[in-house]
Every structure is written in structure tokens, then in C-alpha cells.
Design a protein around this ligand. Structure first.
Ligand code: NAD
Ligand code: LMR
Length: 327
């Protein structure tokens, strides 16, 4: 999609992921060298002084494309007229927690922000990064009048992790890997699908002959990568999460090449028998003009079917835990 200017809201802009996102957005690498960018930065009131420091640094980069920066603690001001909303602001989990443990703490944030998204441009697209991302997205979508097909939650980081694991195992560059899908929830139940993946155009399950690894360690490594990073760094992933968020935006802004797809959690339309309305990660293609489609016709083994039903069950359960936050 080519534009003269774009307005992007980033919530939690003074946080870790924000610090990795904003400079790359302002540099022009996401929307291109001909698109001026306005950043609308939302924080909670006590974090506004820290955010002012980040804005000083943005100014000090003298980015030619950065037209305007709005700093606010009011979601309606932040979302006024925006084309993209990157909903990052929320609490990260600590060691020993699952992402779903944040649900009652972070979920309410997305009620008010969902309502405030009514101020966004009619073609605005929303990506929820804050955890638990799928169910927070469900809450925002249910509280907003924007069409449901404008909402998504980030599973691109999981997809990127899966690409990296398959490439390392097959001793090939990441660029040789394609058609990996993340199904379901951005949680430890997600199903990273190697059965439909390819390496140098060949089935990944044939190129990698270690079937135990493909059905065991590969899946658990991707499922638990967030926790492994928290254990190692003492903080949750930030640069890779920001990178995946920008990959997500760029995938929607451009037409997906023939035969390829990317993973994103979108409202289920019943494809693959998944309960309608759940924010479920599917393989998706973009037409580059604001529309997307869930890729149809991929097949699952019994093993895959069992994994997918576990992640669907988890999402149904998360939905029931936040029933009072859904309109
Ligand atoms: P962080 O604590 O460094 O920053 C979060 C920021 O959000 C803070 O500055 C905080 O003040 C702000 N915030 C809190 N409530 C807010 C609200 N109501 N409105 C606006 N801002 C608000 O955390 P982080 O490392 O940047 O992570 C942010 C979120 O992203 C966490 O929930 C984390 O678990 C999640 N995350 C998701 C993925 C993914 O792949 N989906 C990957 C990494 C992290
Ligand atoms: C991640 O996948 O790195 C994030 O969701 C952070 C987390 O809590 O795992």
C-alpha cells in the first residue's frame, strides 16, 4: 500500500518494546521512503516523563520522515485518525508465570482502548502485542465499532522463532524456509506446524529426517521460547518482539507473494472448524490493499489435529474468564 503519510499509535511507548519499535518506525523502514509518519504515543500518566525522554531521542535522530509526535495518556487522543494501532502497553509476565496469568490484570486495559479505537481512521488496522495477546485482542475487538477484520494479535514472533529453529536444524539460511504456520494461541499451547512447511521448496518433514525432533523439541522450543528468554535475560523479549510487530505490519501493507503466507491471530470465520470469533492464529495472505484471507486447504495429521484442539480449548477457556469484559 503506498501512502503519502501514515499515523501510527503505539501504546506502552515508554516500555521495552516501544524503545525498539519507535526508531525503526520513524526511520521509514516500515512504510517506505516516500511516506511521512506521525507517531501517536500513549502511556499511563506516571510514565509520561520517561516517554518525554524517548521523544527527545526521536527528535535527536533528525529523521526526515518523522512529521509529528503526539504524547498523551488519553487513548482517544492517541487513536484520533490513526491508520495503525500497535497495542503493546500492558504488563509483561515474570519468571514462572504463563502469559494467561496476566489476563485479569491486562484484560481491562483493552476495554477502554477498544472503545477509544472508534476514533481511528475507518481503514485502521490494530495489532495487539500485550499479553495474553489473543484474548486482549478479543476484548478490544468486542468493545470497538471498527470492523472485526481490522483486528489481529501478534503470533509473528512465534513464526519467526519457528523459521529460525527449522533453519538451524537443516543447516540452511532462514531464507530457505517457507510456509511455516503458527496455529492458535500465543501461548505454550500454540502449534507450530512443520508438516506444511517447506525448506528450499521441499517438504520440511522430508528435508529434516529427525521426526522425533520435529514432533518434540521443535514444538516445545517455540512454545516455551518466551519463558526461556525471560529466564536468561530477566526480562521478556523486546527487540525480537518489536521486530516481529514490524514484520506483521509490513506483511499487511504489501501483497503476499504467490504460494506464501504469514501467521497472525485473526477472528476465526469458522475456517478449519475453529470456533467462530475466537482470535486464532491462522496462515493468512494479504492483498496489500487492506484485505486479507485465511489460507484454505492445508492438511493436518491426527497429531496436528490433537495439538490444534488443545490450543482452541485454551482460547475458549480464556474467553470465558473475560466474559464480563466482552460487549
Ligand atoms: P514494559 O513493562 O517494558 O512496557 C510496557 C509499557 O506499557 C510500560 O511503559 C507501561 O507504563 C505501559 N502501560 C501499562 N498500562 C498501559 C496502559 N493502560 N496504556 C498505555 N500504556 C500502558 O513491557 P514490554 O516488555 O514492552 O512488553 C509489553 C507487553 O508485550 C507485555 O504484555 C509482554 O508480555 C508483551 N509481549 C508480547 C509478545 C508477543 O509476541 N505477542 C512478545 C513480547 C512481549
Ligand atoms: C514472548 O513470547 O517472548 C512474549 O510473549 C513474552 C512472554 O511472556 O513470553
Amino acid at each position: 500500500m503506498s501512502r503519502n503519510n501514515v499515523k501510527v499509535a503505539v501504546t506502552g511507548a515508554a516500555g521495552q518494546i516501544g524503545y525498539s519499535l519507535l526508531f525503526r518506525l520513524a526511520s521509514g523502514e516500515v512504510f517506505g521512503a516516500n511516506t511521512k509518519i506521525s507517531l501517536h504515543l500513549l502511556e499511563i500518566t506516571p510514565a509520561l516523563p520517561a516517554l518525554e525522554g524517548v521523544v527527545m531521542e526521536l527528535n535527536d535522530c533528525a529523521f526526515p520522515l518523522l512529521e509529528n509526535v503526539v504524547v498523551t495518556d488519553n487513548p482517544e487522543t492517541a487513536f484520533d485518525g490513526i491508520n495503525w494501532a500497535l497495542l503493546v502497553g500492558s504488563k509483561p509476565r515474570g519468571a514462572g508465570m504463563e502469559r494467561g496469568d496476566l489476563i485479569r490484570e491486562n484484560g481491562p486495559i483493552f476495554v477502554g482502548q477498544g472503545r477509544a479505537l472508534n476514533k481511528a481512521a475507518s481503514d485502521a488496522r490494530v495489532v495487539v502485542v500485550g499479553n495474553p495477546a489473543n484474548t486482549n485482542c478479543l476484548i478490544a475487538m468486542n468493545n470497538s465499532d471498527l470492523p472485526n477484520n481490522r483486528f489481529g494479535a501478534l503470533t509473528r514472533l512465534d513464526q519467526n522463532r519457528a523459521y529460525a529453529q527449522l533453519a538451524q536444524k537443516a543447516h540452511v539460511p532462514v531464507s530457505a524456509v517457507s510456509n511455516v504456520t503458527i496455529w492458535g494461541n500465543h501461548s505454550a499451547t500454540q502449534y507450530p506446524d512443520a508438516e506444511n512447511a517447506k525448506i528450499n521448496g521441499q517438504p520440511a518433514m522430508e528435508v529434516i529426517t529427525d521426526q522425533d525432533w520435529l514432533r518434540g523439541e521443535f514444538i516445545t522450543t517455540v512454545q516455551k521460547r518466551g519463558a526461556a528468554i525471560i529466564k536468561a535475560r530477566g526480562k521478556s523479549s523486546a527487540a525480537s518482539a518489536a521486530n516481529a510487530t514490524l514484520d506483521h505490519v509490513m506483511s499487511f501493507e504489501s501483497k503476499t507473494p504467490e504460494g506464501h503466507w504469514f501467521s497472525v491471530a485473526v477472528p476465526s470465520d469458522g475456517s478449519y472448524g475453529i470456533e467462530e470469533g475466537l482470535i486464532f492464529s491462522f496462515p493468512v495472505t494479504s492483498d496489500g490493499a487492506g484485505g486479507y484471507a485465511i489460507v484454505q486447504g492445508l492438511t493436518w495429521s491426527d497429531f496436528a489435529r490433537e495439538k490444534v484442539s488443545l490450543t482452541e480449548e485454551e482460547l475458549k477457556n480464556e474467553k470465558s474468564v473475560v466474559a464480563d469484559l466482552l460487549k
